[in-house]
Design a protein around this ligand. Sequence first.
Ligand code: ZN
Length: 181
Amino acid sequence: MNKLILALVALLGLASCLTSVKTKKPSVIDPVVVEEKSKTFHTEVNYDWAKKTVEVSNCVLNHPEFKKRVEAIEKFDYSDLNGVQVYAAYSNGSKCGLRAYKTKNPWSSAIATTYSDDKEFFYLNSRKNPRKYDSMVNTSIHECGHLKGFSHGDNRSAGKENSVNYKVGSIAQEISELCLK
Ligand SMILES: [Zn+2]
């Protein structure tokens, strides 16, 4: 009999644990998972390729070889800043977020875009991405440059290789090999 009561008490105890409803909110709430925003590049896109592109872009931006190569440039087209100033602009703490979009036109050749009223995010066309990581890093650095105010006139790439966006993007593409090892 005693054993039966003990068993019932144990069962009730267990049941009350399983069904407990707390009326008071805990004073400390576990942190929710928030995206890493401490670095320049971050993404809200849940694709592995987007996360890795962001990771490699941050590595490139902080790589001493990238800093050295960019700072060595005396003059760019479409900008009055020199390499030291351009590198400073890229590492001034303002963020470059990667988002994906899909062009309405399925045959669009657009790889990426930025919008004049959005200074935090650049958008990679998921019809044209993912591509090779070094190419996506080039594009990310190029587009990040637009968010930071650098431009190269119209959208044609011919003859633009000495603009900040194209030049720094191509250096980033080369340095990304060091980060992908
Ligand atoms: Zn551009």
